[in-house]
Design a protein around this ligand. Sequence first.
Ligand code: ADP
Length: 298
Amino acid sequence: KGPDPDLVQIAERMQTVKHKILVLSGKGGVGKSTFASQLSFALAGKDKQVGLLDIDICGPSIPKMLGLEGQEIHQSNLGWSPVYVEDNLGVMSIGFMLPDPDEAVIWRGPRKNGLIKQFLKDVYWGDLDYLIVDAPPGTSDEHISIAQYLKATNVDGAIVVTTPQDVAIIDVRKEINFCKKVGIPVLGVVENMSGLLQPLSSLTFKKIKDDGEEEDVTEAVLRELLQSSQESIYAYSEVFYALGGGAEKMAKDMKVPFLGRVPLDPQLSRAAEEGRSCFTDASCRSSAPFLNKIIEKI
Ligand code: ADP
């Protein structure tokens, strides 16, 4: 029996793509697509030629996160053409093929696999420095065939996104073991929603007086007090949150690189909702330094 013709075609199509990076997660909702889209913006901002391929077929959120809702894919004689955000950032997602974004995609394994295969075979990307692949969460059967297709493309490896909580980290361990089993290198782990990033102006500060009474402190007064640092100031937050660190320990334990943390950041969430880049848009730039540190390691 000769080589699988699909795998041969996928490998041929990917010959013009230098680096292929898979973005994975053990669970949904941990920020995998947010990370994949901001990573693509970041690389495009460094004048790289970038493609973002969304094969998270059950919940395609990439068109929205790239500001491309309502766009359609076109066919040319070279294949399916991606939708372009900029000249050097092209996007392909099943989201572009659904008439109604509210419609659930209830497809069984073989049909999903067929489409994923077609995406890898038939999209005409041209020359790319990076292809970022936003994969479905988990380690189901269909992941094994996805892994096979991607291995045929000579994939660089996978970045695994998690949140700090134990329930997410258990699934990430499974995901890392899955990568090891199918022979996809793990480029590293990202801990998302790690700690809370808030502008000072949104927090309430209180000064506790000698008689135990509390007094609200404005941001301006707070800055003065911090200069003199003679008084005890407390920032009071009603958010009780796991501050993070779990993923770093887990990565060390499993002998895979830890790439860094991205805080829980309302500005980043807004960037994702509005399809903006947190690297160029001043209104949502607060998480860019965290992401930059991670991207430098990739
Ligand atoms: P996944 O792809 O893992 O299912 P998404 O990227 O769709 O997850 O993110 C789920 C939700 O969490 C989105 O509404 C997104 O805006 C939000 N989100 C992701 N990362 C962060 C973060 N670091 N801070 C705040 N909100 C975030």
